[in-house]
Write a protein that binds this ligand. Structure first.
Ligand SMILES: *Cc1c(COP(=O)(O)O)cnc(C)c1O
Length: 359
């Protein structure tokens, strides 16, 4: 891979500016960005560049019409064997291409995607935090950068991959969230963009999330946008219920749910752990009824950023239910510990999920 504009003498590394004791999420960026361009369906070979401002045209179509998709994955220090583990990156490559198809954008070869990520992580290796739970978050972004006002797919695209050293979401332990079930707003609907990791779904979620926060909730639980009865996701995470010792999560066939890598990991681990798993439609009323019957054991969100986020309270139409006494339950804890152990190389990686780099 060619390197362009690499660190001239005048440019200081961003490394010195990073407060590793207070990383937060997505506040800091590493020194380099991978960039590849697609013009008339042909990809350039891609370069590593310095992270720096870009200039854009006022008519850039994506600013107007939202033809943009992204991904999120992480590189962790292997605390047992040394080196670095990138968790299931081929899943992100495949999902990027599914999102791209839905938004009329070009496909990017998995081999080139994995190579770009490897080069970037190797180049900015020193930015990867050392502590357990911390990681280098990797953010691929693909958008149309054509300069026009007509409504049609762009004829040129840019793929950027940036990285950001991030904290563990839970520096003081996994704290269960208070969640508001939205009966007023939907993030997507059947036939919409819900299965694509695209900006529009986030734009649709901001207002409801802001109102929920003002009322003291951390996030919104999204119902299907048609009947407003079935559960889709929680915030920007997939959702899992433990009811009567079964693991239940909404099925993906509605097309309104993002196929999370963490969701898939939890489903596969459930089978290893001997839990029964049901991927099916689940009504919010079923969750409240099972709470009444005493069979609702745990609720948690799954996603790359937090891995596992326990839900301690659900509020729907002014009715509250408290789950597992506002404490993390044993199932959520077991998934969290197992996944964190896997990504840090402490637990044997039987499924070959880690892309291990000996760096
Ligand atoms: C990214 C995302 C998830 C989680 O996916 P992971 O691959 O597990 O990080 C869930 N829901 C939405 C809407 C997302 O954008």
């Amino acid at each position: 891979m060619v390197e362009a504009n690499i660190m001239s003498n005048q440019t200081a590394s961003r490394f010195q500016e990073i407060d590793y004791s207070n990383l937060g999420f997505g506040k800091y960026f590493s020194d380099h960005v991978f960039e590849a361009d697609n013009i008339d369906n042909v990809w350039s070979s891609g370069v590593l560049k310095q992270y720096s401002p870009m200039s854009i045209e006022p008519g850039m179509s994506t600013l107007h019409y939202g033809q943009t998709i992204f991904e999120g994955l992480k590189a962790y220090r292997d605390l047992k064997n040394g080196g670095v583990n990138i968790f299931r990156p081929e899943m992100n490559s495949r999902r990027l291409n599914r999102s791209a198809k839905r938004l009329c954008m070009p496909q990017y070869l998995e081999e080139n995607f994995l190579d770009a990520i490897k080069q970037l992580v190797i180049r900015d290796k020193r930015f990867i935090p050392n502590e357990r739970g911390q990681s280098l978050y990797i953010r691929p972004l693909l958008f149309g950068d054509g300069n026009f006002l007509g409504v049609h797919p762009s004829d040129s695209y840019k793929l950027l991959i940036m990285t950001s050293p991030v904290a563990s979401y839970y520096e003081e332990g996994l704290k269960p969230l208070k969640i508001l079930v939205s009966h007023e707003y939907a993030r997507t609907v059947r036939g919409g963009l819900g299965a694509a990791k695209t900006a529009a779904n986030y734009a649709a979620s901001l207002y409801a999330a802001k109102k929920a926060k003002q009322e003291g909730y951390s996030q919104v639980l999204w119902l299907d946008g048609v009947s407003m009865e079935y559960i889709d996701e929680v915030g920007a995470m997939n959702i899992v219920f433990v009811i009567d010792n079964k693991i239940i999560t909404p099925a993906l066939d509605s097309g309104t749910i993002l196929a999370g890598v963490t969701r898939d990991t939890v489903i596969q681990l459930s089978k290893d752990f001997g839990y029964e798993v049901e991927e099916r439609r689940i009504k919010v009323s079923e969750v409240f009824d099972s709470h009444k019957k005493g069979t609702l054991q745990e609720v948690f969100g799954t996603g790359t950023a937090a891995i596992i986020s326990p839900v301690g309270q659900l509020t729907y139409n002014d009715k509250d239910i408290v789950i597992n006494n506002m404490e993390i339950g044993p199932v959520a804890q077991k998934f969290y510990d197992t996944i964190l152990g896997l990504v840090h190389g402490e637990i044997e990686d039987k499924n070959n999920w880690n892309l291990h780099l000996d760096i």
